[in-house]
Design a protein around this ligand. Structure first.
Ligand code: TYM
Length: 341
């Protein structure tokens, strides 16, 4: 046994999460997910994955897939994820996922899948491609998680419903075949799950929708400044301590993520005594955003071009993930009675 292994506490809790390679990562992905991956990697047994199979439900054209997979891996590493400490892998490299997905599909009902918010949204967005993969998306996500018998799933607020469905599928499996899987829970260190709002005051930041109101980890200084300065504001409050409209609250929220406490406090006070100048606030936010994003963008570029390194990362990650997956599949098969020898 290696020294490193010996120092790991026995029986560490298992953590699993994933990101689809459907575009550039943005601040929402960072603060909702990747920041917690990095925080958890020392203490937990972590499995973090690029969800390339999930991306096929909405992006059947695979021309840019390889580049996107490489980018997501590079961005995760640039944000501080250490492929030696965690299993960082691609979903399609772990074939056991498909087997567990198949078993779980027998425990998922058409009615509940049709009621899922993400399914309804996507069906509206792509009426000509309402495929079965889209319908069973939460089943595949459950397979990803419980393939490692993970308990904690660091995700943003938009994934809450998928986690609730995962618990339902797990309970059905355990009830029918015996206790094999722990109930997974969405995790943010005991805090509310995060939703990073878009800069136009409507909805959340997203990889492929309203790109001008989303700050990407790959944006350059000029793009960041342009997007931040365009964020919607108004003439400012007329009365001291007025309630804040959503679009103003969002600017404060973004500032809290990247600026010093003293800076946020100053603009808070300015707002409450009606002296706030939104132009100054946005200028400060743009500066702090640039400080935050630039090192990540630069590190990502360096990693992204090192294909040998990325190949090694993927191979090592898949090996670790397959080891844990094989053990789980064996338990599931035994529990289900699929053992005829
Ligand atoms: P995806 O690729 O849409 O998003 C990846 C992660 O980023 C979080 N996120 C946000 N958090 C806060 N504010 C936002 N504006 C924001 N936008 C995105 C998401 O909550 C997510 O944590 N279904 C998953 C991928 C997946 C997965 C899994 C996740 C596949 N298998 C197993 C967990 C466990 C998804 O579409 O993520």
């Amino acid at each position: 046994m290696s020294r490193k292994k010996e120092t790991l506490p026995a029986g560490r809790q298992v953590v699993m999460s994933g990101i689809r390679p459907t575009g550039f990562l943005h601040l929402g992905n960072y603060f909702g997910a990747v920041r917690n991956y990095v925080r958890m990697q020392e203490e937990y047994e972590c499995y973090f994955m690029v969800a390339d199979l999930h991306s096929l439900t909405t992006h059947p054209d695979t021309k840019e897939l390889k580049e996107n997979v490489h980018r997501v891996l590079s961005e995760n590493i640039a944000c501080g994820l250490d492929p030696d400490k965690v299993a960082l892998y691609c979903q399609s490299h772990v074939h056991e996922t498909a087997e567990l997905y198949l078993y779980l599909n027998m425990l998922a009902y058409k009615g509940e899948l049709e009621k899922t918010s993400t399914f309804k949204d996507k069906a509206r967005q792509q009426p000509d491609n309402i495929n079965a993969g889209l319908l069973t998306y939460p089943v595949l996500q459950t397979a990803d998680i419980i393939l490692h018998r993970a308990k904690y799933v660091p995700v943003g607020k938009d994934q809450e419903q998928h986690l609730e469905m995962a618990r339902n599928f797990v309970n059905r499996f355990n009830h029918r075949y015996g206790e094999v899987f722990p109930e997974p829970v969405a995790f943010n260190f005991g805090e509310e799950l995060i939703k990073v709002p878009s800069l136009d005051g409507a909805g959340k930041m997203s990889k492929s929708e309203n790109q001008l109101a989303t700050l990407y980890l790959s944006d350059d200084d000029e793009q960041i400044t342009k997007k931040v300065m365009k964020a919607k504001t108004d003439a400012g409050p007329a009365m001291p301590k007025s309630p804040r409209p959503d679009y103003i609250e969002n600017i404060f929220l973004l500032m809290k993520l990247v600026s010093d406490d003293a800076v946020v406090k100053k603009f808070d006070e300015d707002y409450n005594n009606c002296s706030i100048r939104y132009g100054d606030m946005k200028k400060q936010l743009a500066e702090d955003m640039i400080k935050f994003i630039t090192p990540i963008r630069e590190k990502t570029e360096a990693i992204r071009n090192n294909h040998q390194y990325l190949k090694a990362v993927m191979e090592k990650g898949a090996e670790k993930a397959r080891k844990s997956a094989r053990a789980t599949i064996e338990l599931a098969r035994q529990a289900m009675g699929l053992n005829y020898f």
